[in-house]
Design a protein around this ligand. Structure first.
Ligand code: PHE
Length: 346
C-alpha cells in the first residue's frame, strides 16, 4: 500500500484525518467512545502511526514538509483527545456528586435530651403532683433567717456545722437545702398547704464521689388540721412504690432535724439485692433515701401558724442520690462533667 504513495496523497490523508478526528471527537459523550478514538488514531497501530510509517518511503525533498505536517496533525489529535478526556472526566465526577444511592443507610439526626437529673427530678415531682401536691419554687440565694433561723436552727446550733454554707456579701447565702421554701410558703398562705418544691442547693463541702458543692433536692410538706405521721408514711410509701417498684420496702429510722419533731430518715430495701446485702447497700440490705418528720411547733410559731390547731409533715430528698440509685451511678461528679458519653445513655 505504501509503495505508490506520494507526498501529496499523504498530505491529503493528513488533512482528512485532521478534519475527521475533529468532527468525531466533538460528539463523544463517554470515555469509552474516546478510548476507541484513541485506539483508532493514536495507538501503535493507529491511523497516524501508519502515516508516519509511510513517511519513510517519501523522497528526501518531500519528507521534511510532509513530516512537519504529520507532526502538527498528530499534536492536534493528541490535543483533541486530552481536552475531551478532561471534559468527560469532570462531567463524570459532577454526575457522581449528584447521584443519590437510595440503598445507603440514612443519617440519623442527633437529638438533644434532658439531663438525667432533670428527668428524675420531674419524675419525682410528677408522682407527688399526682397525689395532690402543688409545685412551688424558691430562691437559691437566701438569707440566714429563711435558711436557718426560722427553721429553728439558731446561730450557735451544731446543725450549722453539718451544713457548711457558701456565704455571700450583705448577709446573703446560697441555700443549703430546700427547706426555706417551707417558711416562704407559710408566710404567704394559710393551711391547708400541700407543696412539692424542687430546686438546686449548695454546700461548701469537699468534692468526692458522694458529695458535690451543688446538688438538687425535692422538698415536700403538708399542713392541715389533722396531718399525722401515718399520713407521712402513707405518702412516702406510695412514692417509693411508684418510683422504685411495688416490692420495695420502707424503713423509718429515728433521726434528728431541728425543724421536725419527731424526725426520721427513710431507708428502702436495696433495689439491687432486695435486701440480701450487696456492694450498693454496703451489705446492709437498706439504702437511705430521705429525711422527714412532723413540722416542729417552733417553725409554726415563726410563721404565726396556730400550732395547736394545725399539724404538718415535711420531707426532703436528694435528686442526685435517687438518680444514682435508680441507674447504678457510682460517682456524683458525672452529673456535672457534661460528658456526652455519660449523658447520651439517658
Ligand atoms: N432539709 C433536710 C436536709 O437537707 C432534709 C429534711 C427536709 C428533713 C424536711 C426533714 C424535713 O438534710
Amino acid at each position: 500500500m505504501s509503495i505508490n504513495l506520494t507526498g501529496e496523497s499523504l498530505i491529503d490523508q493528513l488533512k482528512k484525518v485532521e478534519e475527521q478526528a475533529e468532527s468525531e471527537c466533538r460528539n463523544f459523550t463517554s470515555l469509552s467512545e474516546l478510548e476507541d478514538f484513541r485506539i483508532k488514531y493514536l495507538a501503535r497501530k493507529g491511523v497516524l502511526a501508519e502515516i508516519f510509517e509511510n513517511l519513510k518511503s517519501l523522497s528526501s525533498e518531500e519528507k521534511p514538509q510532509v513530516g512537519k505536517l504529520a507532526n502538527q496533525v498528530k499534536l492536534k489529535v493528541e490535543g483533541l483527545f486530552e481536552r475531551k478526556q478532561q471534559e468527560l472526566k469532570s462531567q463524570d465526577s459532577k454526575r457522581g456528586q449528584q447521584f443519590l444511592d437510595y440503598t445507603l443507610p440514612g443519617q440519623k439526626n442527633w437529638k438533644g435530651g434532658l439531663h438525667p437529673l432533670t428527668q428524675v427530678g420531674r419524675e419525682i415531682v410528677d408522682i407527688f403532683y399526682g397525689m395532690g401536691f402543688e409545685v412551688v419554687y424558691g430562691p437559691e440565694i437566701e438569707t440566714d433567717y429563711y435558711n436557718f433561723e426560722a427553721l429553728n436552727i439558731p446561730k450557735d446550733h451544731p446543725a450549722r456545722d453539718m451544713q457548711d454554707t457558701f456565704y455571700l456579701p450583705d448577709a446573703w447565702l446560697l441555700r443549703t437545702h430546700t427547706s426555706p421554701v417551707q417558711i416562704r410558703t407559710f408566710e404567704k398562705r394559710k393551711p391547708p398547704v400541700k407543696i412539692i418544691a424542687p430546686g438546686r442547693v449548695y454546700r461548701h463541702e469537699s468534692i468526692n464521689v458522694r458529695s458535690y458543692c451543688v446538688f438538687h433536692q425535692v422538698e415536700g410538706f403538708y399542713v392541715d388540721t389533722k396531718v399525722s405521721f401515718a399520713n407521712l408514711k402513707g405518702v412516702l410509701t406510695s412514692f417509693v412504690n411508684q418510683f422504685f417498684g411495688k416490692d420495695v420496702k420502707l424503713r423509718f429510722r429515728s433521726s434528728y432535724f431541728p425543724f421536725t419533731e419527731p424526725s426520721a430518715e427513710v431507708d428502702i430495701s436495696c433495689i439491687l439485692c432486695q435486701g440480701k446485702g450487696c456492694s450498693l447497700c454496703k451489705q446492709q440490705g437498706w439504702l437511705e433515701i430521705l429525711g422527714c418528720g412532723m413540722i416542729h411547733p417552733e417553725v409554726f410559731k415563726n410563721v404565726k401558724y396556730d400550732y395547736e390547731k394545725f399539724s404538718g409533715y415535711a420531707f426532703g430528698m436528694g435528686i442526685e442520690r435517687i438518680c444514682m440509685l435508680k441507674y447504678g451511678i457510682d460517682d456524683i461528679r458525672l452529673f456535672y462533667e457534661n460528658d456526652l458519653k455519660f449523658l447520651k445513655q439517658f
